[in-house]
Design a protein around this ligand. Sequence first.
Ligand SMILES: [Zn+2]
Length: 249
Amino acid sequence: MYITNIIAYKDNYIWILYDENKKCLIIDPGEYHSVCNLCIKKKLTPIAILLTHHHYDHVNGVQKLKDIFQIPVYGPEETLTNGTTNIVREGDKLFLLNQLFHVFDLPGHTSGHIGFYVTPWFFSGDTLFSAGCGKLFEGSAREMHSSIKKINTLPPKTLICSGHEYTLQNLKFALSILPDNTALSLYKQQVEMLICHQKPIVPSMLYLERQINVFLNPYNFDFKGKLKSLLLEEEWYIFKTLREMKNNF
Ligand SMILES: [Zn+2]
C-alpha cells in the first residue's frame, strides 16, 4: 500500500491510499479537480471515498467524484446529505484494497466525526493534527479529550494522517507555554527545514506526537508558572484550558 496527499484550499489534506494494482481510496475530498488530475497522472482508479466529518472543506468534491467514478462513499451519519452511501460507526470494519479498516467514533470537532485505522495509518480528520488538535465546533471538551485519548491507544508507530497542515502554528503555541522544551524546539526547526525544502511534514508518527503534542498527553509536559497548578486538575480539564488558550493565541 502507498499513500500520498493533495493540498486543497490553503491547508487541507486530501489523502489518497493506493495499492500495487493502482486501485485507490480517496479520504476527505474537499474538492475534485486535483483528485482527478492526480488519478490521471498516477493512473489510479478510485474504488471508494471515506469521509471523517461533514465540513465543506472535507466533502465538497464528493458529489462530482461519485458521478465520475460511480463509487461508494463511507462516512458518519452526519455526512448523509454530503453524498454518503454507506453509514459507518465505531466497531465497523471495512475490507477495502484487501486491507481491514477499523472505524473509530471521534466526537468533539463535530458531533459525528469518525476516524479510520488501517495499519499503519490513522485518518484523524480534524480531531488530531501534528502538535495540535481540532477546534470544538459541536462537541464538548470532555468528548474531544476522550476522542484524542482513543487515538493515543494505537501503536506508537501509527502514522497520523490529519485533515489540515497546522503544524508550525501549533508548535508556536506549544512553545509559547513551554519555551524550554527541547523536543518542541527541535521539532520546530525540523518542520521549518521541511517547509523550506518543500518536503512533506505529515503523516507524523504517534510516537513523536506523544512527545510534542500538548493536547495528547498534557501530564507529560513540565508546565511552569501559572500553568503549573493546572497539572493538579483532571486531564480533560487541562485539555479544555489548553484548547481555550489556543483559540485565543
Ligand atoms: Zn472540520
